[in-house]
Design a protein around this ligand. Structure first.
Ligand SMILES: [Zn+2]
Length: 170
């Protein structure tokens, strides 16, 4: 296993749509295991493939994050099948480190996809986990969480990101 470099929002790969995965092969299994390791190291709740430079329709999420019992799952070619109610809560992204904002999301989602064995999987989630699923789904369509905000708010966050980065480089 090896750690992958998490791309930040300045990398154009984050604007790419995740391509549908037709074959689950050894390389994909290895990629997912590296994504798990990278996500845990970064203390993230989820990671989409384009965040590590692969524009593929796949994300990983720790569905146990709220209970503290790690439960890492892979969803290949995910599709949201239901969204209900709304909720506003703070959100961040490993590709926009240290920048957080309140985003309106569905409070309840259902999604389906395929796991690494090629079996269909379905998840129902509420609250934080529902938010994580929606956040990762957006990555796969080339969207970042701050695209849900007004351009004024987004520009404030972009300036904050750049300032933090400058401080980190100094
Ligand atoms: Zn993200």
């Amino acid at each position: 296993m090896s750690l992958l470099r998490v791309r930040n929002w300045l990398d154009p790969v984050l604007r790419k749509k995740g391509e549908r995965i037709e074959n689950i092969d050894e390389n994909l299994v290895r990629l997912v295991s590296d994504m798990y390791e990278t996500m845990l190291e970064a203390k993230g709740a989820g990671l989409a493939a384009n965040q590590i430079g692969e524009a593929k329709s796949l994300f990983v999420v720790d569905i146990g994050i709220e209970t503290g019992e790690r439960n890492l799952v892979t969803v290949i070619n995910p599709v949201i099948t239901a969204m209900e109610d709304e909720e506003i809560a703070e959100e961040g992204c490993l590709s926009i480190p240290e920048v957080f904002a309140e985003v309106k999301r569905a409070r309840h989602v259902e999604l389906k996809g395929v796991d690494l064995k090629g079996n269909e999987v379905r998840y129902e989630a509420e609250g934080f986990l529902a938010r994580a699923f929606q956040h990762e789904m957006e990555h796969l369509s080339g969207t970042l969480f701050w695209d849900n905000l007004s351009s004024v708010k987004r520009n404030i966050l972009k300036r904050k990101f750049k300032k933090l980065r400058k401080e980190a480089d100094a």
